[in-house]
Design a protein around this ligand. Structure first.
Ligand code: HEC
Ligand code: HEC
Length: 405
């Protein structure tokens, strides 16, 4: 893991140098039509080199691609019966989550997991609670054909439906120079998601030097977060990677809420010892309560049994309920979970131990978590709009251009 991190840092440094070089090139060349330029104003606290690092070179942002992605994201016609869009479960009014314990898709069918916010999802090294999708592009194709989500039989079915709609035929031609394809759908949606960046929270202003931005209670909470409560062991913070997570997979014992977990975990460990074939993982995934095995379903590594991705804590105040199974209704419940050291089980992370927090300290910790809410996100949720409006004083304006066309 240390090696990985060092590698990432090195890569980041290389990227910074390249990014600086590219900025110069982009400024020198002014010829492209306006529709090919995309300006993003990044919120305070999110470094522009980090953002650029997570925009893949083979799917650069353009204004028209982002607009196409936005329309697709909010369009219920992407589902088999016209009732569900991505935004049904990733709703701007709920900070791009859905306020439900577990997701509800076509025909009211329920999945096994809580819908995470897609705000800042671009910074994840992989997508989903168990990391089974490597990129936003790969992720976007899956809900379309999930029977519990958008319910289509195949990607061809989605493509054929969109191809009949004039607006999409035209936009795909404009953006990708051809007919509707599933890759195009995924690339456009992913491009739009890379504009859903949230920062500029009181905490970001505090880190930037405004010591009045946090209440005294929140400041004490920050101290506990890094101190006695040891939250930052997993929800790491530093200015180069300010997401309040390292996106690693850990077993905190939430999985043990599922009554079948213990028996399944034993079978899974047994199977892993016997060099299990990959199709055995699918069998586990489909079994009753099998989703509680988490990251194990992807790696087959017994150390990953019951492990889930450590989520970002940005905007966490607005994305209840919490945990991969939606089992914690409030932040108070989350804190109580950590006070007892998570749920005991064989694979529980060794870093978790019971912690001793007075009621006042619990309130301070929650005040701190609430200071991670971005102003733009709060405004969006409170006004019920779907746009993250960036205030004029924000820095980090970029000018990214699709250089392939
Ligand atoms: C029926 C509700 C539902 C619909 C519709 C839906 N999602 Fe999700 N989404 C979820 C749930 C639940 C998860 C977590 C599933 C898991 O981890 O196994 C998720 C996970 C994600 C993630 C990963 C975020 C992270 O931090 O790991 C992204 C990105 C995402 N969805 C985008 C989309 C897009 C794009 C669409 C439309 C093409 C879409 N979703 C449609 C419920 C939904
Ligand atoms: C050992 C690593 C670890 C430590 C220490 C840790 N967390 Fe977590 N945290 C996680 C993981 C992993 C999850 C997701 C668990 C799941 O859903 O199965 C999570 C989930 C959460 C969530 C829910 C977020 C959401 O969107 O659902 C909150 C809030 C949270 N942690 C806050 C804290 C606080 C506060 C502390 C300190 C008291 C803390 N965490 C300590 C790993 C950790």
């Amino acid at each position: 893991m240390d090696g990985d991190l060092a590698m990432k840092t090195l890569k980041l440094q290389i990227v910074i140098v390249f990014a600086l070089a590219l900025t110069v090139i982009a400024r020198a060349d002014d010829g492209a039509p306006l529709s090919e330029q995309f300006n993003i104003k990044l919120p305070r606290g999110i470094p522009s080199d980090l953002w650029e690092y997570f925009v893949p070179k083979d799917n650069p942002l353009t204004a028209s691609k982002v607009e196409l992605g936005r329309r697709l994201f909010f369009d219920k016609r992407l589902s088999v019966d016209g009732t569900i869009s991505c935004a049904t479960c990733h709703d701007p009014r709920f900070a791009f989550a859905d306020n439900k314990k577990v997701a509800e898709g076509v025909g009211g069918r329920r999945g096994a997991r809580n819908s995470p916010t897609v705000l800042n999802a671009m910074f994840g090294s992989s997508q989903f609670w168990d990391g089974r999708a490597e990129s936003l592009e790969a992720q976007a194709k899956l809900p379309l054909i999930s029977p519990d989500e958008m319910g289509n039989e195949s990607h061809e079915q989605v493509v054929a439906r969109l191809q009949k709609i004039d607006e999409y035929r035209q936009l795909f031609k404009e953006v990708f120079g051809g007919p509707v394809t599933i890759d195009g759908v995924a690339r456009a949606i992913a491009a739009y998601e890379r504009t859903l960046v949230s920062g500029n929270s009181p905490f970001d202003r505090y880190i930037a030097g405004d010591s009045d931005a946090l209440s005294e209670s929140a400041q004490r909470g920050f101290g506990l977060f890094r101190g006695k409560a040891r939250c930052n062991v997993c929800h790491t913070f530093n200015q180069a990677f300010p997401l309040l997570t390292d996106y690693m997979y850990r077993n905190t014992g939430v999985a043990a809420n599922n009554t079948t977990f213990e028996a399944l975990a034993r079978q899974a460990a047994q199977a892993a010892r016997n060099n299990l074939p990959m199709n055995k993982l699918d069998e586990f995934a489909r079994s009753e309560g099998g989703q509680s095995l988490g990251r194990f379903l992807i790696t087959g590594n017994s150390l990953d049994i019951g492990s889930f991705k450590t989520p970002s804590l940005r905007d966490v105040e607005l994305t209840a309920p919490y945990f991969h199974d939606g089992s914690a209704a409030t932040l108070e419940t989350v804190i109580r979970f950590y006070i007892k050291g998570g749920n005991h089980n064989q694979n529980r992370d060794w870093q978790l131990e019971p912690i001793n927090l007075t009621e006042g300290e619990q309130r301070d910790l929650i005040e701190f978590l609430k200071s991670l809410t971005g102003d733009d996100t709060r405004r969006m949720v409170e006004s019920g709009t779907s746009d993250l409006q960036r205030p004029a004083f924000d820095v980090g304006q970029l000018n990214i251009r699709d250089t392939r066309r």
